[in-house]
Design a protein around this ligand. Sequence first.
Ligand SMILES: [Zn+2]
Length: 139
Amino acid sequence: MADPLELEPLSDAQVDQQRTSLLEKRERVLAAVKSAEQNQDPDELRVADEMDLSSVGYDQAFEYRLRDRDATLLKKIDKALRRIDAGEYNFCEECDGVIGAPRLLARPEANLCIDCKEKQEHVEKMYEKRRQRMTSFEM
Ligand SMILES: [Zn+2]
């Protein structure tokens, strides 16, 4: 059971602070993505785009995962900013319950309460296991 203290919503001032730190985080991620792109040979990038990721070298595959992760994080940050503008920031997208101040302060881009997040992670793990089984079967 969740601690009742965790179900305190953020105050308006705290939500404003979250907006500021989300915007700063967004800038940092964008700067990191840009510098990673500048360090890559554009020709190499184009070739890699056309190839199956499993056939590119480990280093390149790693770059791609990094960029995927950045893209996912940026989407989450943008979504959180939209949720702040819409006045929905304190509430879980799934069950409309209060997400809770400590969780939002620790993870400003969170859009689910801890219960719904745990459910989602459970489902993701199941899919991941299934995907791994299928991959090893193909080999
Ligand atoms: Zn929820």
